[in-house]
Ligand binder design. Structure first.
Ligand code: ADP
Length: 208
């Protein structure tokens, strides 16, 4: 198989596989979770821009925090200011964006946290790759299934307008595809339910 036929993940792992040795840790993820008295997991919100991912992820993080749970929020826009600021919106950059975030989320889950992730993550393959990093039951995919016309009428960041004007390229839903999840753990429609109701729907399926 040549590099043209490989996914971005395979190419990267091949390049890196040569020298790194795995060091076992004295303290296991299970011990860390036990200390925090919770069941760590990754809650992954996917959907169009303006669907409500950041809003709901923030509300869920706050709900968990107020319930005494140790949670953390990873937001796509925020990480593009730092860890992923070198990445654009091409398909391969989006794959790398999601790969990095998935690895960070896994580290945080191994540290014992309940991690809430809000990323458009439009490609099924990328989301499947993140799911495969986690153990069974530790990855909860939530499809924030807000219709495109609703997202566009909200346009909280003015991005749809710019995308329609051709100022923004590779814009999901306008000039780039969004591959809807086929079997997410949960689907929520923010055009029918309030932020609080959507947040509660997610909270209810968690076994913490
Ligand atoms: P995304 O992170 O998916 O790009 P945002 O959370 O930034 O979306 O923006 C969603 C917008 O929709 C916000 O202005 C929010 O107030 C509004 N909104 C209206 N109803 C809801 C709802 N039920 N759930 C989430 N957001 C909602």
């Amino acid at each position: 198989m040549n590099n043209d036929e490989k996914s971005p993940y395979e190419i990267k792992s091949t390049e890196l596989a040569s020298a790194a040795v795995w060091h076992n840790m004295k303290i296991t993820p299970a011990q860390r979770a036990a200390l925090l008295q919770q069941k760590p997991c990754c809650i992954w919100l996917t959907g169009l821009s303006g669907a409500g991912k950041s809003t709901i992820a923030n509300a869920l993080d706050a709900l968990l925090h107020n319930q005494g749970k140790k949670s953390f929020l990873l937001d796509g826009d925020n990480l593009r200011h730092g860890l992923n600021k070198d990445l654009g919106m091409s398909e391969s950059d989006r794959a790398e964006n999601i790969r990095r975030v998935g690895e960070v989320a896994k580290l945080l889950v191994d540290a014992g946290l309940i991690v809430v992730c809000a990323f458009i993550s439009p490609y099924r393959r990328d989301r499947q790759m993140v799911r495969s990093i986690f153990g069974h039951g530790n990855f909860i995919e939530v499809f924030v299934d807000t219709p495109l016309d609703v997202c566009e009428s909200r346009d909280p960041k003015g991005l749809y307008k710019k995308a329609r004007q051709g100022i923004l390229k590779n814009f999901t839903g306008v000039s780039d595809p969004y591959e809807a999840p086929q079997s997410p753990e949960l689907t929520i429609d923010t055009s029918r339910y309030s932020v609080e109701e959507c947040t509660t729907q997610i909270f209810k399926i968690l076994s913490l």
